[in-house]
Every structure is written in C-alpha cells, then in structure tokens.
Design a protein around this ligand. Structure first.
Ligand SMILES: CC(C)(COP(=O)(O)OP(=O)(O)OC[C@H]1O[C@@H](n2cnc3c(N)ncnc32)[C@H](O)[C@@H]1OP(=O)(O)O)[C@@H](O)C(=O)NCCC(=O)NCCS
Length: 171
C-alpha cells in the first residue's frame, strides 16, 4: 500500500493520539511500566496544534488511514523531536525512518542545526533505532537547560535513568 508523508491537519489529531496510546503496549510487553496502574499521558490536543502551527508535525497516510506520525518543535536553533510512532501492524517497513528523515528536512528549512530527542537507551526500537539513523548520545555534561527541563517533566512518568538525549547534526 502506498504511504504518503504529509503535514498533519487538526482533524487528524485524535488519530495521532490513538496511535501514540497503542505504542505503549510495546513497552509493557517487555516489562516496562509494570509499576504504573494507568496509561501514560499522550500528547495533548494543544501540543499537537502547536506542532502543526510550527510546521513540525507530519503523518504517514496509507490511502486515508494514518499509520504513523512525527511531531516536534524548535528549541533555539535545534529541532526537538517530541514523538514518533508507527502502528505495529505497519512497523519495520521503513516508515519510522522516513518520518525521521522528513522531519529533519523540515527542521533544516526552519533553520535548525540539528535534531535532538530523548529516548530509552536500550530498547531496540528507541536508542539503537536512532543510532542507525545517525543520532549520537549527548554526554550528560553537555545537556542544555532546555533538555534538563524536558527530563524533569518526564521524571514523574518515566525512569529517566534508562533514558538519554541523542542528536543528529543537519548538514
Ligand atoms: C520507533 C518506531 C517509530 C519505528 O517505526 P518503524 O516504522 O518500525 O521504523 P523502521 O521500519 O524505519 O525501522 C525499524 C527498526 O527499528 C528497530 N525495531 C523496531 N521494532 C523492533 C522490534 N520489535 N524489535 C527489535 N527492533 C525493532 C529495528 O532496528 C528496525 O529495523 P529492522 O526492521 O531493519 O530490524 C516504532 O517502533 C514505534 O512506533 N515504537 C513505539 C513508539 C516509540 O518508541 N517511539 C519512539 C519514542 S522515542
């Protein structure tokens, strides 16, 4: 089935939220979040609207069915990749890599020098997935105040000791 990567539109937001919520099951399947009763919070409608307005929200559209998305925002002269999710039924076909590539192109055209993200270091479809796409871990001592602020916001929900920030320069 042909996949088109296109800018997200406001009416798409609830589909994106459902895809993000479904992605959590993968982490639970490998024993993560077992100590959490309820589901993790997903990006809010306002988060999505901001990403759309900022030109950093794209979805993978399979003839009308949204099967993946990527969102982010500019942070000074870097683009922060907030979220990328692909339905497991459509996984491992290069859609995630294509979304990350598309995001990088858009970020470059907005003036970003690099793409930064925060992820689980040792989960196969997190740190190693991004490393294959050219991202490198940022040393703890090099984390900027805005990155530390993001980490502080994650601490109530995620085991940040298992996470790292990664960056890929945009040539
Ligand atoms: C990360 C994610 C977006 C990748 O999407 P995708 O369309 O499957 O990505 P691609 O097909 O481009 O690349 C998949 C690669 O990820 C890794 N990967 C994905 N799923 C995996 C799994 N179940 N086990 C091991 N490696 C896996 C592999 O390196 C794989 O490459 P391969 O198929 O050649 O072995 C998708 O796995 C996802 O939505 N995960 C849940 C949400 C998430 O963790 N998002 C990132 C938050 S930082």
């Amino acid at each position: 089935m042909p996949i088109t990567i296109r800018p997200t539109r406001v009416p798409d937001i609830s589909a994106l939220q459902a895809i993000e919520a479904a992605g959590e099951a993968r982490f639970r399947a490998i024993g993560m979040f077992a100590d959490r009763g309820g589901p993790l919070p997903v990006e809010t409608q306002d988060d999505h609207r901001r990403a759309i307005a900022g030109g950093l929200s794209f979805c993978a559209d399979a003839e009308g069915q949204i099967v993946g998305f990527i969102t982010g925002r500019m942070q000074a002269d870097e683009a922060y990749l907030e979220q990328v999710d692909v339905l497991e039924s459509h996984g491992r076909r290069g859609i995630g890599a294509a979304l990350v590539g598309h995001f990088g192109d858009a970020a470059r055209s907005l003036g970003a020098r690099g793409v930064v993200l925060s992820t689980f270091r040792d989960v196969a479809w997190n740190g190693p997935f991004y490393a294959r796409l050219g991202f490198e871990e940022i040393a703890r001592a090099d984390l900027t105040p805005w990155m530390l602020e993001i980490e502080a916001g994650q601490r109530p929900f995620l085991d940040v000791s298992r996470r790292c920030f990664m960056r890929r320069a945009l040539p």
